[in-house]
Design a protein around this ligand. Structure first.
Ligand code: C2O
Ligand code: CU
Length: 459
């Protein structure tokens, strides 16, 4: 994390309250430096890109004062935290926008330990795309037995030749396809070359994909990471599926990695999601010292979070079709926008869910897509009818992914964002226990802002 403005203090008050002050600003040129492009001007929380890593504790109240010094409205959404609706940070839906010069105090008590993050929910494409995002780590009550904690906060930037953030947020063509994918991937705000490790070390590596649109698929050369959590929620420890860690925008994973490589050697971590555009993210570089232990102990399992278990036999079932976008691959030639999906009169939306399209920051006068009875177990069947990938995020809840393409998912992991490939289907189950109006949207920000967004009402 690099800072440019004098670092403003994060004030901690424990045990009654942890208080953090976030001051949000846009910078003039030459301020927040990205490693590879020292002159990149970004918008920042407390002057750093990414924003400060907020570490709070499970079950302990936290208070964050957000002071808006941007030239436009903002809010902060605590992605993945199960909190009261009024603290969820959706402008017009859960709170009034924080106008320039105003402050808003968020208060919540995180029920779940895990890896979360925070970002704006107003003009998200631009505000997130210009750097407003940070990690929110909720620590377990009892520490987990590992040697070292690492966080890789991944962001994706589209920079011009001068290293400035390229304008043109909200390009319609891009919005109808994969969204604004950049040309510079940073880890913790820089373009790292290597991370140095010791042979025999056991790492807990938290990875956050905070990109606007980029999906990553990480491979760890000659290492066998064990996934212990997705989206902050512990899962049965298991190896990477297909040898790679697939994370769409907003998704997180916690990995336990035993450093089983040779002292003095380097091992590449690569991202090959876009096959023609595979690149090396960084190297794990072993110090030349002998291993700190010969044999790793058993992989620790993270303690479970207090999630309400959906009753699948009594669950209400809802079908949600994800619709729209450009069809048939990468070009206009492939058939143009999808028409006749009931999107006429939707103000030129590009995407829709069941024919409904909420755009921009959301239209709160639109009726909810679903109204769910509080306490009811629900199954949402999300059917991707489009030619594009969608990481679908539900606010205020975590859900189990119970099936994919009609096949039961034996892992049934908890998530708050489920990545659905083109033409595929995922079923998620949860208890609608958190009252209020909650967003359900694609986290490819261009898709979200051009129609793949809706609200669920729990009453
Ligand atoms: Cu990361 Cu609507 O959220
Ligand atoms: Cu999408």
């Amino acid at each position: 994390m690099r800072s440019c403005w004098a670092r403003e203090p994060l004030v901690w008050e424990r045990p009654s309250h942890s208080t953090a002050a976030l001051r949000i600003r846009s910078s003039g040129p030459g301020t927040v430096p990205l490693y590879a492009h020292p002159d990149t001007a970004a918008w920042a929380y407390n002057g750093t890109v990414p924003g400060p890593e907020l570490r709070i504790r499970q079950g302990e109240p936290v208070r964050v004062v957000v002071a808006n010094k941007l030239g436009q409205d903002t809010t902060v959404h605590w992605h993945g935290i199960r909190l009261a609706n009024a603290m969820d940070g959706v402008p017009g839906l859960t709170q009034a926008p924080i106008h320039p010069g105003e402050s808003f105090t968020y208060e919540f008590t995180p029920p779940d330990a895990g890896t979360f993050w925070y970002h704006p929910h107003a003009d998200t494409l631009q505000q997130l795309g210009r750097g407003l995002a940070g990690a929110l780590i909720v620590e377990e009550r009892e520490p987990v037995a590992i040697d070292r904690n690492l966080l890789w906060f991944i962001e994706d930037w589209r920079l011009d030749q001068n290293g400035a953030i390229a304008p043109g947020f909200g390009n319609r063509m891009e919005a109808a396809m994969s969204g604004r994918i950049g040309n510079t991937v940073t880890v913790n705000g820089g373009v790292p070359d290597q991370v140095s490790v010791k042979a025999g070390e056991r790492m807990r590596l938290r990875i956050v994909n905070a990109a606007l649109a980029r999906i990553v698929a990480l491979r760890f050369e000659e290492h066998q990471p064990v996934v212990v959590a997705f989206d902050g929620q512990p899962c049965d420890p298991h190896p990477l599926e297909g040898g790679r860690l697939l994370l769409g925008p907003a998704m997180r994973a916690d990995l336990i990695i035993d450093m089983s490589g040779q002292p003095g050697r380097r091992y590449a971590v690569t991202d090959d999601f876009y096959r023609e555009l595979a690149y090396k993210l960084l190297d794990l570089t072993y110090e030349p010292t002998s291993p700190i232990r010969e044999h790793p102990d058993q992989t620790p399992k993270l303690p479970a979070n207090p999630l309400p278990e959906p009753d699948l036999t009594a669950a209400e079932r809802y079908e949600i079709a994800l619709q729209g976008g450009m069809m048939g691959g990468m070009g206009m030639m492939g058939g143009g926008m999808m028409g006749g999906m009931g999107m006429g009169g939707m103000g030129g939306a590009t995407w829709a869910m069941n024919g409904m399209a909420m755009t921009g920051d959301g239209q709160t006068d639109m009726p909810p897509l679903l109204t769910l009875k509080r306490g009811q177990s629900c199954i949402l069947s999300l059917r991707n009818e489009t030619a594009w990938w969608h990481p679908m995020h539900l606010h205020g809840h975590s859900f189990r992914v119970i099936s994919r393409n009609g096949k039961p998912n034996s892992r049934r992991e908890w998530r708050d964002t489920v990545l659905i490939p083109p033409r595929e289907r995922a079923e998620i189950a949860f208890v609608a226990d958190n009252p209020g109006d909650w967003m359900l949207h694609c986290h490819v920000t261009d898709h979200q802002e051009t129609g793949m967004m809706a609200t669920l009402r729990i009453a």
